[in-house]
Design a protein around this ligand. Sequence first.
Ligand code: HEM
Length: 334
Amino acid sequence: MWKTPASIAALTIVLMLPSSGVAQEAPANQKSLAEQLVDAFNAVFGAHPGMRANHPKGVVLEGTFTPSSSAASVSKAAHLKKQKKPIPVTVRFSAGSGLPTVPDTNEMPRGMAVKFSLPDGTKTDLVVLSYNGFPVATAEEFRDFLLAIAASGPDAPKPTAIEKFLSAHPAAKTFVETPKPPPASYATLPYFGINAFKFTNSKGGTTLARYQLQPLAGAQYLTKEQASAKGPDFLTDEIRDRVRRGPVKFKLLAQVAEPEDKIDDPTIAWPDTRKKIELGTISITKAVADSQAAEKKLLFVPGALTSGIEAADPMIAARSAAYIVSLSRRAQGQ
Ligand code: HEM
C-alpha cells in the first residue's frame, strides 16, 4: 500500500531508477532479497515502528552545493555543470546503528545522506559512510552477516554464528576489529561512497569512481576520556550549534579507479594514491526546524541518480531496493 507522501516519493524513485537500479521481484510465496535484508536488520536491532531499519537516529540540515570547474569534465549530471546559483541540498547525518536511541559516543561508522534539488525540479541522492570499505562484498553476504550477528546472543553455543562468519570473511573481521572512535562532530569526519559509480561527461567520456567527502574542518576524533564526558546526543546538539556559527563545508571528490581496481567489491578500499577529482563543495548552513518530522518524509536512495551518473557496483541496486522496503514499512508505522 503506497499511501503517504513519503511512500509516493519512493514509488516515483522506483519508476525513475534505471533498469539496473532495483533488484528483481521475488515470486509471491518468497520474500525478496530487499525484504530479507530489512528483516535481518530487525533481527539484530528489533523493529522500531515508523523508524528506518538502519540509521534511525539522525539530524536533518539544509545547505547548498557548488560544483568545481573540473566537475563537468567527469559528468554531464545537472548539478555538476556550471550553475547560475548554488544547488539546494538537504543533508541527514546519522548514527551508525539500527537502534534509535544509540548513544552518540558509540564506535560505529556514521552516515551522511545528501539530496540535491536539481534545476529541473528532479532530485538525486548521495548516501555515504565514515568508513572506507564495507564488511562484505554482496548484499546476500550482508544479509548473512546480519543474521549471524542476530543468532549470536550471549547464550549462543560456541563457536557462535558470527565467530564462524568472521573466520570465513576476513574483510568483515577487519571491519569489526578496526577502531572507529567517535568524532568530535559530524562535521569532522571524512565520508566514503564505498560503492563505485560510472560517470559520463557531455562528450561521452566515462570515469569509474567512488565518492569521498573531505571535511574542511579536518578529521577530528575523541579519545575514550573525552567521549566519556559527552552526553548521548552530543553529535546532534553539536552540529545544530555549529551551523548557527557558520557553514559546515565538505569537498566532494571522485576517487578514480585504475584498471586493476575492483568495481564490484566494496570490501576493498582503493589505494589512497588514486587520482581524486574535485567535484564541488557542500556547504551546510542551517538545521531544519523539526528534524523528526523532516526525516520521516525523507528517503535517500543510493540508486536515485540523474543522467550522467550510473550504478557500477551491483550492491547499489540491492541497497536501493532495501531502502525502499524500509521506507514503505516505516511509512505504514511498521
Ligand atoms: C547491502 C548493503 C546495504 C543494505 C542492505 C543497506 C540497508 C539500509 C537500509 C534498509 C536503510 C534505511 C533506509 C530508510 O529507511 O530510509 C539504510 C540507511 C542508510 N545506509 Fe545503508 N545499506 C547497505 C549499505 C550501505 C552502504 C555501503 C552505505 C554507505 C556507503 C550505507 C549508508 C547508509 C546511510 C548513510 C543510511 C541512512 C540514510 C538516511 O539518512 O536516510 N549503507 N541502509
